[in-house]
Ligand binder design. Structure first.
Ligand SMILES: [Zn+2]
Length: 376
């Protein structure tokens, strides 16, 4: 065996495990999870008192650094958050995906997968001063190019990203989502659909999503919130969940409000997946990274098993990668080791509302591809 983590509290919701175990890795994969592994390994780490989780998967990120203005670097974020798999949410489109692949994904020590943007240019003009929605010009939406590039990069492309809303699709309205459904049907892949301010309305977006498609920004504040003023959940959201649509948090710079969160949690409408939507305008706050987003949910009362599921097994299911998101023997050898830190902490949502907490999650180590990472 190459590496054994000794004596940590292993939480693996996909297998119903929460208890003290050793975790052994061999050949880049998880080899064994057992109360005590008798065998010795080439490297061993004492993680007693720490939480050992399957490698964290951030389903909504923007990590095409340098290729588009929205992108941030994955590696520094991984080093502080324990994210082992970054799923890029449509930063690149058919016109610039080859550069994403060659210059960012292939050299990365971390796993990067991607939703391919329907728009040829990807999210090409996103900054504090320049904001042009990539879905707003019909000339950028070529279905044939999207199908071709998705097929050429099938090892990396997990679905099709489309952004519709007042800002992102502007005068094209709901049309880009209908075009994305056409492409996704042809490819047999799911869609990740973004909502922002209407038009289109959440109802128009949700009624088009198919089982297995993802709605991101599911806890966005007014307007287009899934929470009604009287505290109930919008009927169209309940119907979509019933049909098998996946609800993703996608914190972002404008898409996560504590008010909507508290109301929807109280109404029993949990996000299936918790993700950061980390990008250039929120990486230095209020989002920072996935681990910070998880700490917010702990402060909002979510139990640990539900929270871990939402950043491991649930996103693995959403992208159709059963070898990720669990410490089942034979899985990819990724793990995230965290600890609770006590103190006085202050979190902010996308509207600037403050949330005080007396503990947060702190990264204690990572295993990437069966090896402790980064190497000392
Ligand atoms: Zn995003």
């Amino acid at each position: 065996m190459d590496l054994i983590l000794r004596g940590g509290r292993v939480i693996d919701p996909a297998r119903g495990i929460d208890g003290t175990h050793d975790v052994g890795f061999a050949g880049g994969r998880v080899a064994t999870v057992a109360p005590r592994i008798a065998e010795k390994a080439k490297a061993e780490r004492d993680v007693a008192g720490l939480l050992v989780l399957p490698g964290l998967i951030d389903l909504h990120t923007h990590v095409y650094w340098g290729g588009t203005s929205i992108g941030v670097e994955a590696e520094p974020i991984a080093r502080r958050s324990g994210t082992t798999t970054f799923v890029d949410a449509g930063t690149a489109g058919p016109g610039n995906f080859p550069g994403f692949r060659r210059h960012v994904i292939e050299p990365s020590p971390l796993r990067i997968l991607a939703y391919l943007n329907l728009s040829f240019a990807g999210i090409f003009a996103f900054s504090r001063t320049v904001m042009v929605g990539e879905s707003s010009d019909i000339r950028l939406l070529d279905l044939g190019e999207c199908v071709r590039v998705a097929r050429e990069n099938r090892d990396l492309v997990v679905g099709i990203k489309v952004r519709v809303g007042r800002v992102t699709s502007n005068t094209t309205g709901i049309m880009p989502l209908d075009m994305a459904v056409e492409v996704a049907d042809e490819l047999g892949l799911p869609i990740m659909a973004h909502i922002d301010q209407p038009p289109p309305s959440r109802k128009e977006v949700l009624e088009r999503l198919r089982p297995g498609d993802v709605l991101t920004h599911c806890y966005r504040p007014f307007p287009n919130s899934l929470l009604r003023a009287d505290g109930a959940v919008r009927e169209e959201a309940l119907q979509a969940r019933e049909r098998g649509v996946i609800f993703d948090l996608g914190h972002g710079a404008g898409s996560f409000g504590f008010h909507a969160c508290r109301g929807l949690l109280a109404a029993g409408f949990r996000p299936d997946v918790i993700s950061s939507d980390v990008h250039v305008l929120n990486v230095d706050g209020p989002v920072f990274d996935l681990l910070t987003t998880m700490s917010k949910f702990l402060a909002l009362g979510m139990d640990l098993a539900t929270l871990v599921e939402a950043v491991t097994a649930a996103p693995a299911r959403a992208i159709g990668r059963p070898s990720l998101g669990s410490l089942a023997p034979g899985s990819e050898g990724d793990a995230t080791i965290v600890d609770f830190e006590s103190g006085a902490f202050e979190f902010r949502d996308a509207l600037g509302e403050r949330l005080d907490a007396d503990r947060r999650l702190k990264l204690a180590g990572m295993v990437v591809g069966g090896k402790w990472w980064p190497d000392a």
